[in-house]
Design a protein around this ligand. Sequence first.
Ligand code: ACO
Ligand code: OAA
Length: 372
Amino acid sequence: MTVTRGLEGVVATTSSISSIIDDTLTYVGYDIDDLAKNASFEEVIYLLWHRKLPNAEQLSELKQQLSENAALPPEVIAHFNMYPIQKVHPMAALRSAVSLLGLYDDEADLMDAEANYRKAIRLQAKMPAIVTTFARVRKGLEPIAPRQDLSFAANFLYMLTGKVPEAIAVEAIDKALVLHADHELNASTFTARVCVATLSDVYSGVTSAIGALKGPLHGGANEAVMKMLTEIGTLENVEPYIHDKLEKKEKIMGFGHRVYRQGDPRAKHLKEMSKKLTELTGEPQWYDMSVKIEAIVTGEKKLPPNVDFFSASVYHSLGVDHDLMTPIFAVSRVSGWLAHILEQYENNRLIRPRAEYTGPGMQKYIPIEQRG
Ligand SMILES: CC(=O)SCCNC(=O)CCNC(=O)[C@H](O)C(C)(C)COP(=O)(O)OP(=O)(O)OC[C@H]1O[C@@H](n2cnc3c(N)ncnc32)[C@H](O)[C@@H]1OP(=O)(O)O
Ligand SMILES: O=C([O-])CC(=O)C(=O)O
């Protein structure tokens, strides 16, 4: 048996959703640079689920379906008061809330393609309300119901803050959602596919994926980046801080990638946004520190920033609590998970690799009274 640690380079499935070839990322053949400049998140959802861009009528129908399904069942709203919310990480809360949502969906275990698509809409639509309701309840604030006249990105900010957001904030969140929507067979998407390949249900697939995204080597890195920036504190402290970490062989969060070698094409869009937003908020230090870290880590370690690096200062500038950064990633990535889940169901085979056994050889069972 040949073991490929971390399955690096192993091609585990075919997929027509997104591709990474020579450091270029495409969704269904559309370059991420093109989509980041031109597409709304709702268009991207349609693209990932239907493998084509929507026309105006199809887009408006999807928007309406998302709006109509955006509110949470009252039982799910109520459950946020049933656990020690201050002590809970929002990704753990999101994981549990998605699982709970499945209990209130009459079609949860219905496995035909139309029912699965309807569940995809309901789940995608409700993700912002889960994150924002959690965020408000833990601050002792009332949850805010979604508005049907706002875009997906605007509604997210509205439900978080209670105010109709400014255009620049909507643009930033919308672009971030577009950039995070799908990424080939990343760890959380693979997790979702492994789960539903047992013919388990959509809610189980997404719940598993949220668990995988939570870790700091994957989606959790954006929160870890903000923690690092906060610890560094000043521009002068960047160099000693980063050198100390590198000397201790510690990882610098937001850098490196399993697939990209020259750089993550999404990072430049977030970098641009970070510059703009940190200037607007009068806190350019977050961008300046980030740029200095980037220069050291790319210069000395030849590791370019990934999608999580500049997203940290972008979300911080929008006033987002630092531990909500990974949940925002999930609000976007659920579109990709759902696309992959539906694709897996279309041509399913159980995913079950092998392990090379490294434990002891054959042993004889010893009765407990004879064991030392
Ligand atoms: C949305 C996303 O998931 S993007 C990724 C988000 N994660 C992060 O930003 C966390 C920091 N980065 C990392 O941990 C890694 O680069 C990963 C997890 C993204 C990729 O991991 P892998 O492909 O398994 O690479 P691996 O961890 O084996 O690193 C290879 C080498 O580069 C080094 N390296 C990789 N990333 C970093 C980093 N961020 N800082 C310092 N060194 C690093 C490793 O220490 C290792 O060095 P060695 O060969 O001397 O031991
Ligand atoms: O593809 C990966 O390994 C991680 C990543 O960048 C993502 O999921 O967006």
